[in-house]
Design a protein around this ligand. Structure first.
Ligand SMILES: Nc1ncnc2c1ncn2[C@@H]1O[C@H](COP(=O)(O)OP(=O)(O)OP(=O)(O)O)[C@@H](O)[C@H]1O
Ligand SMILES: [Mg+2]
Length: 279
């Protein structure tokens, strides 16, 4: 029987009429470790609407991964409400959580999390196997084509570059047509060229297929390719802004470190010079 409250639940909509697929209210997470309690999330209220492309930033330990794990139904909050595509997740038991996860969430990890001795095609088929789907090979092949790996389906992870391995992981995340794709630092282990390739995949999946995407990154340049940036600090949202002109992946060069240093030094020398001139 559907929960009374759940049947009454109506997802909020944004100004453009898009439905909230993630609706979190006053969410907390306290890790209990023997005698001490670690408050990782201290009251998060957040809506993410269908078709949004969001990045989460914030210092190490601010609660980004904790939040993503709860949004991804990999973990339960200590208190608060969480509706995922209309389902009251905070009330679910472990087995129901696993079902929701498989049906509605695609997860991408920093270290790819691929099986070593398994072909790309087989990796991407796995979620379909758990879901008991039939046309597994065809659907897995289609997902690999979307991420640009149609010609690598027989390759094993050690026969693929880092960027290609991450694309296999993305294909695996989208093969079930999830409501939302969550990624924890998906470009964190990649060189900047492969990182851009991954950003292109996320951007085109979002724009062409409307896949709602949230990812965590430490990299401001990466975040500027998304449409909205949420900043966490010490378990709280401290900023949440749209990106005025998101970068097109591959079209904008990362400002070079050398160039940035040069301008910093120039300013320093100029102000030193200016100061020296005063004496
Ligand atoms: N399983 C756990 N048990 C106890 N404390 C934890 C656990 N996981 C995380 N924490 C603590 O919760 C806080 C938030 O951790 P979290 O991993 O969410 O941070 P983060 O923002 O993802 O950091 P990073 O950028 O380093 O990945 C930290 O203080 C961390 O030490
Ligand atoms: Mg983390």
């Amino acid at each position: 029987m559907p929960d009374k409250k759940e049947s009454e639940y109506v997802a909020p909509r944004d100004a453009r009429g898009r439905k909230a697929v993630i609706d979190v209210r006053d969410l907390t997470k306290i890790y209990k470790m023997e005698q001490i309690e670690v408050p990782a999330l201290r009251g998060i209220t957040l809506q993410v609407y269908e078709g949004e492309f969001v990045s989460i930033m914030g210092p190490s330990g601010s609660g980004k991964s904790t939040m993503l794990q709860i949004l991804g139904a990999l973990d339960q909050p200590t208190s608060g409400e969480y509706y995922l595509d209309g389902v009251d997740v905070a009330k679910l038991k472990d087995a129901q959580l696993a079902t929701i996860r498989n049906k509605k969430i695609g997860f991408v990890f920093q270290n790819f999390n691929l099986l070593a001795r398994t072909s790309a095609l087989r990796q991407v088929e796995l979620p379909l196997l758990y879901a008991g789907a039939h046309d597994r090979a065809a659907r897995a092949r289609a997902a690999l084509q979307i991420v640009g790996l149609g010609d690598r389906i027989r390759h094993h992870p050690n026969e693929l570059s880092g960027g290609q391995q991450q694309r296999v992981a993305i294909a695996r995340a989208i093969v079930n047509n999830p409501t939302i794709v969550l990624a924890d630092e998906p470009t964190g282990n990649l060189d900047s060229h492969s990182g851009i390739e991954i950003l292109k995949v996320f951007q085109s999946m979002n724009r062409e297929r409307g896949i709602t995407t949230i990812f965590v990154t430490h990299d401001t340049f990466v975040a500027r390719h998304t449409d909205r940036i949420i900043m966490l600090s010490d378990g709280l949202i401290v900023a949440d802004h749209p990106v005025a002109h998101p970068f097109e992946a591959g079209a904008v060069d990362r400002p070079s470190e050398g160039g940035e240093l040069e301008s910093i030094f120039k300013e320093t020398y100029q102000s030193n010079g200016a100061r020296a001139a005063l004496h």
